[in-house]
Design a protein around this ligand. Structure first.
Ligand code: DAH
Length: 347
């Protein structure tokens, strides 16, 4: 732009140029550039203000007044442009980040209970309905509670029934069954009557195969009182089997041996897969082995602080994984602790 000698003329040029350039501004960076060029300290307009004293005195009011008007209109243009740019930016981001609220939501994948936990809860619920309390005893046990107090002194041949994980601390082992909890409850409750179940993980030093794991759950049951009979045991277990496996299920008790019960028995239920006819699940026998049980041995009662001349009791122990395997036809016990979701999400 040529510098017009007439300051008023020059002011009009400044105004026209600034407003024309304002039309082409795009984006905030260009706008702040525009502000520096046209309203900044060394802009032509500001130079007019600083040159004011050099103009002839009678011209100064008119120049000053017009310069102020132009300054105000440029400032107004700036505000307006700023607003327009902000709106455009907002419109753009609304457009770009648009949410499609008609899209169906993404379903969270809900976790679910491990099959062992499901069965454990079911067993617990059934016994709770029959008046049993839940008692927890430790996974890390002593040889004394796991064997000795259960009528298996050192070198007792029946110890062979349980392959044991020993620790570096003499006498400290991982429990091989939940039965040691029996003596712990008795010692805590004596001489009160007892009706408890003891659920928990057990550990055995065994090669892992489709049929046996080195860890698995058991649920122990114990009732102690003045007049408890084998009939009570049979009645309780029959009731349990019906609630767990169906109201028409038949059971049978087979004589067996455990050092901590006398007499001892094993409970079979009629195979719920074939109804007792014989199938691969029951290996043709028509029966499924569910648990071990018996009348608490006098020595064990004694060890628990109950006089066997006055008190009697029954006990039983079952494996929830085994029950789950039968119920859901799981063919390999190793699936339980492999934590493969393809297995777990089926339950
Ligand atoms: N503790 C036994 C086992 O692990 C199971 C058992 C049998 C528990 C008879 C009992 C019982 O309470 O009376 O093989």
């Amino acid at each position: 732009m040529e510098n017009h000698p007439d300051p008023l003329q020059r002011l009009e040029e400044i105004r026209t140029k600034a407003l024309a350039e304002a039309q082409t501004v795009q984006g905030e960076a260009e706008l702040s550039q525009w502000r520096v060029v046209h309203l900044g300290r060394s802009s032509p307009l500001m130079q007019i203000f600083s040159q004011l004293p050099q103009f002839p005195k009678e011209m100064r009011p008119a120049i000053g007044q017009r310069a102020n008007q132009i300054k105000q209109s440029l400032e107004a243009a700036l505000v307006e442009l700023n607003q327009t740019l902000k709106e455009a930016a907002l419109r753009h981001s609304l457009e770009a980040d648009r949410l499609d609220i008609t899209l169906p939501g993404r379903r969270p994948a809900p976790g679910r209970l491990h099959p062992s936990t499901q069965i454990l809860r079911e067993i617990t619920r059934i016994f709770a309905e029959m008046g049993f309390q839940v008692y927890n005893s430790p996974d890390v046990e002593t040889d004394e509670y796991n064997f000795e107090l259960l009528n298996m002194p050192a070198y007792h041949p029946a110890r062979d029934m349980w392959d044991t994980f020993y620790t570096t601390k003499p006498g400290v082992i991982l429990r091989t069954h939940t039965s040691p909890g029996q003596v712990r409850v008795m010692r805590e409750r004596s001489p009160e009557p007892i009706r408890v179940i003891l659920p928990g993980m057990c550990y055995r030093y065994e090669p892992v195969s489709a049929r046996s794991e080195m860890q698995f759950n058991q649920v122990e049951g114990l009732a102690v009182g003045r007049h408890i009979t084998f009939g009570d045991l049979k009645g309780t277990l029959t009731d349990f089997a019906r609630r767990m496996f169906g109201k028409d299920v038949r059971i049978r008790l087979r004589p067996s041996y455990f050092p901590f019960t006398e007499p001892s028995a094993e409970l079979d239920i009629e195979c719920f897969v074939c109804g007792g006819v014989g199938c691969p699940v029951c290996k043709g026998s028509g029966w499924l082995e569910i648990l071990g049980c018996g009348m608490v041995h006098p020595v064990v009662l004694q060890n628990g602080g109950y006089d066997p001349e006055v008190y009697s009791g029954y006990a039983f122990g079952m494996g929830p994984e085994r029950t789950a395997m039968l119920r859901y036809r799981i063919e390999d016990i190793r699936y339980f602790w492999e934590n493969d979701v393809r297995f777990l999400e089926q339950f």
